[in-house]
Each structure stands twice: as C-alpha cells, then as structure tokens.
Design a protein. Structure first.
Length: 66
C-alpha cells in the first residue's frame, strides 16, 4: 500500500488510510467489516486486494497498481 491510491467506489484508500464506508484500511492492515486487508493482501469478501492490486468487485484500487 502506497501513497497514491485513487479512491474507488465503496472502498476509499488514501495514503493516511482514512477508514471509508465499507472498507476500512489502516496502515497496520486491520481487517474491517466487509473489507479485510492484511499485509500479505489476502482477498476478502467484497474487497479483494492482492500484491498486484487487481481491481475486483466493490473495492477497486488503482494507481501504479493496476
């Protein structure tokens, strides 16, 4: 997770990791509600996050990570 994430749909991810709506993402990757994000980027329910950051379902994370 880097500092130039564009906020997408349900899951907004910012460099300072502001918790947003369905997907709460923190710098220490606390799994939250619908979106579980871990340091190894396990894809979870609504928000799928991988190390290559594929844009899946509700949570699309783009920028340098397509």
């Amino acid at each position: 997770v880097h500092s130039i994430f564009i906020p997408q749909k349900t899951c907004n991810v910012h460099s300072i990791f502001i918790p947003q709506k369905t997907c709460n993402v923190h710098s220490i990757f606390i799994h939250q509600k619908t979106c579980n994000v871990h340091s190894i980027f396990i894809h979870q329910k609504t928000c799928n996050m991988h190390s290559i950051f594929n844009s899946p379902k509700t949570c699309n994370v783009h920028s340098i990570f397509i």
